[in-house]
Design a protein around this ligand. Structure first.
Ligand code: SF4
Ligand code: SF4
Length: 96
């Protein structure tokens, strides 16, 4: 279960990335890294991404996990929901 404080931070971050005043912040991601030693292939990051940036890999890794891979980097708005909801701190988004 996700702690309440995590949910609040998630909502605040999402609001911040969408709109501030009358100007929309256009954040772009340079790359999204998944640590293959930390990731357990739970796919929470895929489910929480509001823009379909991530998808499940087509093949399993050497531990039998389908790791998340980037499907559409241009669609990433660097809201960091994936980072905040990953229970294993296995994913990180590098901003341009
Ligand atoms: S939420 Fe974290 S552990 Fe789960 S698949 Fe994504 S990167 Fe891996
Ligand atoms: S930061 Fe993560 S959750 Fe947000 S748009 Fe990019 S990949 Fe999706």
């Amino acid at each position: 279960m996700v702690p309440l404080s995590g949910q609040i931070n998630t909502v605040i971050s999402y609001i911040n990335c969408v709109e501030v005043g009358n100007s929309t912040m256009a954040k772009k991601a340079k790359q999204i890294d998944v640590d293959p030693k930390m990731c357990k292939g739970c796919h929470i990051c895929i489910f929480v991404c509001p823009h379909g940036v991530l998808k499940k890999a087509d093949v399993v890794d050497n531990r039998g996990f389908f790791l998340p891979v980037v499907a559409d980097l241009d669609a990433c708005v660097v809201c960091r929901l994936c980072e905040m909801e990953c229970p294993d701190f296995a994913i990180s988004v590098v901003e341009e």
